[in-house]
Design a protein around this ligand. Structure first.
Ligand SMILES: Nc1nc2c(ncn2[C@@H]2O[C@H](COP(=O)(O)OP(=O)(O)OP(=O)(O)O)[C@@H](O)[C@H]2O)c(=O)[nH]1
Ligand SMILES: [Mg+2]
Length: 326
């Protein structure tokens, strides 16, 4: 037995080292090999702005230093340096009695910065919504949600598969259309999206559709290509008519500062008339909404709160503010 002791010790040491390496790699990459799924990500960000602020105040009246820290806290929630500075300056002047009072004052200050605009269909004519957004934000899913929202109100809805860059994109939209039993206009992978949209608008007029929703690619070979393609699609919609045309930008609420740059880029390229905020389920982030709405002047129209087609509501600023300060 004694002869085997060094061997047993060596095996034990190797086992401990291998176990340690495996644990380290799992922690570093996450269980899915680096891909954090949405709900995992949500767990990491469970703390709402309200919770952060209550912990921060904890019964104190604030010193100059603490007002500066409060500003940092707001910035860390993606509310942006300019808005955060002004909000804290306003709060300092009002000299809140306690943390709940401070939170109410902050809410009152921030509420008017977020524009809400309900999207209402014009009656008896063709409304066209062109859906914009970078890849993965939830464009295709949001299209299914909006389609379901209006078709369950008895409106005639049609989809256009304008993302011809990925084969799976058209398949995904076709699946949604099939489930909802609504028509879709599509062509093969690699087809010219402008041509898909051209056909779709003609077909929508012929079928007396109330709402045509156009899916677009979120990524092409580069950003310039994407924006040029969107401009081309936009021009077709503009030329062919429709009584109401809206460019709807989709923003993922789990994204921070980058979402602002996305909004700026799409606004500059083709204009943005309304925004849909997605993945707002189980999430408390979304501070970027203040910057997008206030600095770029864009109104929010819908909020997506899950992966099912029923998971959509008209955006409501009051609810949004209550949610993030919960
Ligand atoms: N939890 C949650 N997931 C969502 C929501 N909206 C979309 N998703 C999910 O986000 C992922 C990407 O959604 P897509 O609709 O394919 O996004 P996309 O913008 O069309 O992506 P590309 O076509 O690649 O540009 C999918 O797994 C959706 O189920 C939402 O409101 N909540
Ligand atoms: Mg898509």
């Amino acid at each position: 037995m004694e002869n085997f002791m060094p061997l047993i010790c060596a095996i034990l040491i190797i086992a401990v080292v291998v176990f340690g390496i495996v644990l380290f790699l799992r922690n570093k990459n996450g269980k899915n090999g680096g891909k954090k799924d949405f709900y995992q990500a949500a767990v990491y960000q469970k703390e709402t702005l309200g919770m952060k602020l209550r912990a921060f105040f904890a019964g104190k009246t604030l010193s100059v230093q603490q007002y500066a820290e409060l500003e940092e806290t707001l910035i860390s929630c993606d509310i942006g340096p300019g808005i955060s500075r002004d909000a804290v300056e306003n709060l300092r002047k009002k000299n809140p009695a306690d943390e709940e009072n401070a939170i109410e004052l902050l809410k009152d200050y921030l509420k008017p910065l977020v524009k809400q605009e309900t999207f209402v269909l014009k009656e008896g004519c063709l409304n066209i919504v062109l859906v914009l957004g970078v890849n993965g934000v939830g464009k295709t899913t949001s299209i299914a949600k909006i389609a379901n929202y209006f078709s369950s109100q008895g409106k005639k809805v049609m989809l256009a598969a304008g993302d011809t860059f990925r084969a799976a994109a058209t398949e995904q939209l076709t699946k949604w259309a099939g489930e909802m039993n609504i028509p879709i206009v599509k062509q093969g992978e690699g087809a010219d999206p402008a041509s898909v949209v051209f056909d779709a608008v003609d077909s929508a007029f012929a079928k007396k559709i109330d709402l045509l929703i156009v899916d677009t690619a979120g990524r092409l070979h580069n950003k310039k290509n994407l924006m040029e393609e969107l401009k081309k699609i936009y021009r077709i919609i503009e030329n062919k008519g429709g009584c109401e045309r809206k460019n709807m930008l989709v923003i993922d609420s789990t994204t921070g500062q980058n979402a602002y740059s996305q909004a700026e880029a799409f606004k500059e390229a083709v204009g943005v008339d309304m925004v849909m905020l997605t993945k707002y389920d189980a999430m408390s982030k979304g501070g970027i909404v203040f910057q997008i709405s206030h600095r770029l002047g864009l109104p929010f129209s819908f909020v997506g709160t899950g992966e099912k087609r029923e998971n959509i509501s008209p955006f409501n600023t009051e609810d949004f503010i209550s949610q993030i300060f919960k």
